[in-house]
Write a protein that binds this ligand. Structure first.
Ligand SMILES: CC(C)(COP(=O)(O)OP(=O)(O)OC[C@H]1O[C@@H](n2cnc3c(N)ncnc32)[C@H](O)[C@@H]1O)[C@@H](O)C(=O)NCCC(=O)NCCS
Ligand SMILES: Nc1nc2c(ncn2[C@@H]2O[C@H](COP(=O)(O)OP(=O)(O)OP(=O)(O)O)[C@@H](O)[C@H]2O)c(=O)[nH]1
Length: 171
Protein backbone atom coordinates (compact mmCIF):
# COMPACT_ATOMS: atom_id res chain seq x y z
CA UNK A 1 0.00 0.00 0.00
CA UNK A 2 1.05 3.65 -0.40
CA UNK A 3 -0.11 7.21 0.31
CA UNK A 4 -2.55 8.68 -2.21
CA UNK A 5 -2.18 12.40 -2.99
CA UNK A 6 -5.02 14.42 -4.55
CA UNK A 7 -4.34 15.72 -8.07
CA UNK A 8 -5.95 18.55 -10.05
CA UNK A 9 -7.60 15.89 -12.22
CA UNK A 10 -9.29 14.11 -9.35
CA UNK A 11 -10.28 17.02 -7.08
CA UNK A 12 -13.30 18.16 -9.14
CA UNK A 13 -14.57 14.56 -9.21
CA UNK A 14 -14.50 14.46 -5.40
CA UNK A 15 -16.42 17.72 -5.05
CA UNK A 16 -19.38 16.09 -6.83
CA UNK A 17 -21.63 14.17 -4.38
CA UNK A 18 -20.97 10.42 -4.58
CA UNK A 19 -24.55 9.75 -3.51
CA UNK A 20 -27.83 11.64 -3.06
CA UNK A 21 -27.53 15.21 -1.70
CA UNK A 22 -30.15 16.27 0.83
CA UNK A 23 -30.56 19.71 2.49
CA UNK A 24 -30.73 17.89 5.84
CA UNK A 25 -30.83 14.30 7.11
CA UNK A 26 -34.06 12.82 5.65
CA UNK A 27 -36.76 11.57 8.03
CA UNK A 28 -36.17 7.96 6.93
CA UNK A 29 -32.64 8.12 8.38
CA UNK A 30 -33.68 9.70 11.69
CA UNK A 31 -33.97 6.21 13.14
CA UNK A 32 -31.46 3.39 13.30
CA UNK A 33 -32.03 1.71 9.92
CA UNK A 34 -29.05 -0.57 10.53
CA UNK A 35 -31.40 -2.61 12.72
CA UNK A 36 -34.25 -2.94 10.22
CA UNK A 37 -32.15 -2.80 7.08
CA UNK A 38 -29.27 -4.86 8.54
CA UNK A 39 -26.77 -2.59 6.81
CA UNK A 40 -23.99 -0.69 8.55
CA UNK A 41 -24.09 3.08 8.95
CA UNK A 42 -20.82 4.99 8.52
CA UNK A 43 -20.64 8.73 9.21
CA UNK A 44 -17.70 10.75 7.88
CA UNK A 45 -17.37 14.25 9.35
CA UNK A 46 -18.17 15.90 12.65
CA UNK A 47 -21.33 17.84 11.79
CA UNK A 48 -22.78 14.78 10.07
CA UNK A 49 -21.95 12.51 13.04
CA UNK A 50 -23.27 15.05 15.57
CA UNK A 51 -26.58 15.38 13.70
CA UNK A 52 -27.07 11.60 13.48
CA UNK A 53 -26.18 11.13 17.18
CA UNK A 54 -28.65 13.86 18.14
CA UNK A 55 -31.36 11.88 16.31
CA UNK A 56 -30.35 8.86 18.39
CA UNK A 57 -28.67 7.14 15.41
CA UNK A 58 -25.22 5.94 16.52
CA UNK A 59 -23.18 5.04 13.44
CA UNK A 60 -21.35 1.71 13.41
CA UNK A 61 -18.29 3.78 12.46
CA UNK A 62 -17.80 7.55 12.84
CA UNK A 63 -14.76 9.18 11.21
CA UNK A 64 -14.05 12.50 12.89
CA UNK A 65 -11.44 15.20 13.41
CA UNK A 66 -13.43 17.12 16.05
CA UNK A 67 -13.50 20.25 13.90
CA UNK A 68 -15.49 21.65 11.04
CA UNK A 69 -14.46 24.02 8.29
CA UNK A 70 -10.87 23.12 9.19
CA UNK A 71 -10.69 24.85 12.60
CA UNK A 72 -14.14 25.26 14.25
CA UNK A 73 -14.28 22.80 17.18
CA UNK A 74 -17.20 20.33 17.25
CA UNK A 75 -18.32 18.43 20.37
CA UNK A 76 -19.93 15.02 19.72
CA UNK A 77 -22.43 14.17 22.51
CA UNK A 78 -21.60 10.44 22.63
CA UNK A 79 -19.09 8.11 24.28
CA UNK A 80 -17.92 5.66 21.61
CA UNK A 81 -17.33 2.04 22.58
CA UNK A 82 -13.99 1.81 20.73
CA UNK A 83 -11.72 4.62 19.53
CA UNK A 84 -8.91 4.34 16.99
CA UNK A 85 -6.55 7.13 15.86
CA UNK A 86 -4.93 7.77 12.49
CA UNK A 87 -2.87 10.47 10.76
CA UNK A 88 -4.36 11.66 7.49
CA UNK A 89 -3.13 15.02 6.14
CA UNK A 90 -5.55 17.18 4.08
CA UNK A 91 -5.36 16.33 0.42
CA UNK A 92 -4.25 12.77 1.05
CA UNK A 93 -5.43 9.25 1.83
CA UNK A 94 -2.59 7.95 3.98
CA UNK A 95 -1.41 4.34 3.86
CA UNK A 96 -2.30 3.96 7.53
CA UNK A 97 -5.82 5.27 6.85
CA UNK A 98 -6.27 2.69 4.09
CA UNK A 99 -5.03 -0.05 6.42
CA UNK A 100 -7.15 0.88 9.45
CA UNK A 101 -10.33 1.31 7.35
CA UNK A 102 -9.73 -2.08 5.71
CA UNK A 103 -9.27 -3.59 9.20
CA UNK A 104 -12.44 -1.90 10.54
CA UNK A 105 -14.44 -3.15 7.55
CA UNK A 106 -13.59 -6.73 8.56
CA UNK A 107 -14.60 -6.53 12.26
CA UNK A 108 -18.18 -6.39 13.44
CA UNK A 109 -17.83 -3.69 16.07
CA UNK A 110 -20.50 -1.09 16.75
CA UNK A 111 -20.21 2.52 17.92
CA UNK A 112 -16.56 2.80 16.79
CA UNK A 113 -14.83 6.17 16.27
CA UNK A 114 -11.81 6.71 14.04
CA UNK A 115 -10.24 10.00 15.13
CA UNK A 116 -8.27 11.63 12.34
CA UNK A 117 -5.33 13.93 12.87
CA UNK A 118 -5.50 16.02 9.71
CA UNK A 119 -8.56 15.82 7.43
CA UNK A 120 -11.16 13.05 7.15
CA UNK A 121 -12.99 14.13 3.98
CA UNK A 122 -11.20 11.87 1.53
CA UNK A 123 -11.67 8.77 3.70
CA UNK A 124 -15.05 8.26 2.04
CA UNK A 125 -13.00 6.66 -0.73
CA UNK A 126 -11.48 3.76 1.28
CA UNK A 127 -14.79 3.30 3.14
CA UNK A 128 -16.54 2.68 -0.19
CA UNK A 129 -13.64 0.51 -1.35
CA UNK A 130 -13.57 -1.78 1.68
CA UNK A 131 -17.00 -1.77 3.41
CA UNK A 132 -19.71 -4.20 2.24
CA UNK A 133 -22.24 -3.51 -0.49
CA UNK A 134 -25.42 -2.10 1.02
CA UNK A 135 -23.74 -0.02 3.76
CA UNK A 136 -24.94 3.56 4.15
CA UNK A 137 -22.37 6.37 4.26
CA UNK A 138 -23.27 9.90 5.39
CA UNK A 139 -20.96 12.86 4.79
CA UNK A 140 -21.40 16.63 4.53
CA UNK A 141 -21.31 18.78 1.40
CA UNK A 142 -20.20 22.13 2.78
CA UNK A 143 -22.92 24.78 2.73
CA UNK A 144 -25.19 22.46 0.68
CA UNK A 145 -26.25 19.67 3.02
CA UNK A 146 -25.59 15.99 3.62
CA UNK A 147 -24.75 13.28 1.08
CA UNK A 148 -26.18 9.78 1.62
CA UNK A 149 -24.33 7.01 -0.24
CA UNK A 150 -25.44 3.38 -0.42
CA UNK A 151 -22.44 1.24 -1.42
CA UNK A 152 -22.92 -0.68 -4.69
CA UNK A 153 -20.62 -2.78 -6.89
CA UNK A 154 -20.66 -0.01 -9.50
CA UNK A 155 -19.61 2.60 -6.92
CA UNK A 156 -16.75 0.35 -5.80
CA UNK A 157 -15.54 0.16 -9.43
CA UNK A 158 -15.85 3.98 -9.77
CA UNK A 159 -13.87 4.55 -6.57
CA UNK A 160 -11.11 2.22 -7.77
CA UNK A 161 -10.96 4.23 -11.01
CA UNK A 162 -10.74 7.45 -8.94
CA UNK A 163 -7.88 6.01 -6.86
CA UNK A 164 -5.89 5.45 -10.07
CA UNK A 165 -6.09 9.23 -10.70
CA UNK A 166 -4.38 10.06 -7.37
CA UNK A 167 -0.61 10.52 -7.25
CA UNK A 168 0.93 7.63 -5.29
CA UNK A 169 3.76 8.21 -2.83
CA UNK A 170 5.62 5.52 -0.88
CA UNK A 171 6.13 7.85 2.13
C1 LIG B 1 -12.69 17.68 -2.53
C2 LIG B 1 -12.37 17.43 -1.08
C3 LIG B 1 -12.91 16.09 -0.65
C4 LIG B 1 -10.84 17.47 -0.93
O1 LIG B 1 -10.59 17.26 0.45
P1 LIG B 1 -9.16 17.63 1.09
O2 LIG B 1 -8.72 16.49 1.93
O3 LIG B 1 -8.24 18.09 0.00
O4 LIG B 1 -9.45 18.79 2.11
P2 LIG B 1 -9.82 20.32 1.88
O5 LIG B 1 -8.85 21.09 2.70
O6 LIG B 1 -9.94 20.65 0.47
O7 LIG B 1 -11.26 20.42 2.51
C5 LIG B 1 -11.51 19.79 3.75
C6 LIG B 1 -12.72 20.45 4.34
O8 LIG B 1 -12.39 21.76 4.76
C7 LIG B 1 -13.22 22.70 4.08
N1 LIG B 1 -12.35 23.80 3.72
C8 LIG B 1 -11.41 23.80 2.76
N2 LIG B 1 -10.79 25.00 2.71
C9 LIG B 1 -11.37 25.75 3.69
C10 LIG B 1 -11.19 27.08 4.17
N3 LIG B 1 -10.25 27.87 3.62
N4 LIG B 1 -11.98 27.51 5.16
C11 LIG B 1 -12.91 26.72 5.70
N5 LIG B 1 -13.13 25.46 5.31
C12 LIG B 1 -12.38 24.98 4.31
C13 LIG B 1 -13.77 21.99 2.87
O9 LIG B 1 -15.02 22.50 2.50
C14 LIG B 1 -13.88 20.58 3.35
O10 LIG B 1 -15.10 20.39 4.03
C15 LIG B 1 -12.92 18.56 -0.19
O11 LIG B 1 -12.41 19.78 -0.60
C16 LIG B 1 -14.44 18.59 -0.20
O12 LIG B 1 -15.06 19.11 -1.12
N6 LIG B 1 -15.03 18.00 0.88
C17 LIG B 1 -16.47 18.03 1.07
C18 LIG B 1 -17.14 16.92 0.26
C19 LIG B 1 -16.55 15.57 0.64
O13 LIG B 1 -16.24 15.28 1.78
N7 LIG B 1 -16.40 14.73 -0.38
C20 LIG B 1 -15.87 13.37 -0.18
C21 LIG B 1 -15.32 12.86 -1.48
S1 LIG B 1 -14.28 11.49 -1.24
N1 LIG C 1 -27.72 21.51 6.11
C1 LIG C 1 -26.88 20.55 6.52
N2 LIG C 1 -25.57 20.65 6.23
C2 LIG C 1 -24.76 19.64 6.65
C3 LIG C 1 -25.24 18.51 7.36
N3 LIG C 1 -24.18 17.68 7.62
C4 LIG C 1 -23.08 18.30 7.10
N4 LIG C 1 -23.42 19.47 6.51
C5 LIG C 1 -22.56 20.43 5.80
O1 LIG C 1 -21.34 19.80 5.44
C6 LIG C 1 -20.23 20.45 6.06
C7 LIG C 1 -19.18 19.42 6.40
O2 LIG C 1 -19.73 18.54 7.36
P1 LIG C 1 -19.00 17.12 7.66
O3 LIG C 1 -18.90 16.32 6.42
O4 LIG C 1 -19.74 16.54 8.81
O5 LIG C 1 -17.50 17.46 7.98
P2 LIG C 1 -16.90 18.33 9.15
O6 LIG C 1 -15.90 17.52 9.87
O7 LIG C 1 -17.99 18.89 9.96
O8 LIG C 1 -16.23 19.53 8.36
P3 LIG C 1 -14.84 19.55 7.60
O9 LIG C 1 -13.78 19.17 8.60
O10 LIG C 1 -14.73 20.98 7.13
O11 LIG C 1 -14.93 18.57 6.45
C8 LIG C 1 -20.84 21.15 7.27
O12 LIG C 1 -20.05 22.25 7.69
C9 LIG C 1 -22.19 21.59 6.72
O13 LIG C 1 -22.04 22.75 5.91
C10 LIG C 1 -26.65 18.44 7.62
O14 LIG C 1 -27.16 17.48 8.22
N5 LIG C 1 -27.43 19.49 7.19
Amino acid sequence: MCNYIVTEEVQPLLKKPLGKLYPNIPEVFKKDISVSDNNLIIAIGDVTTKNLVEYGVIPNLSILDFKTKRDIPVDIPHTFKKVYNVDNPAGTISQTSMEIIKYLSDIDDREVALIVTGEEDLLTIPVIKYFPIGCYIFYGQPDEGVVVVKITEELKHYVNEILFKFRKSPF
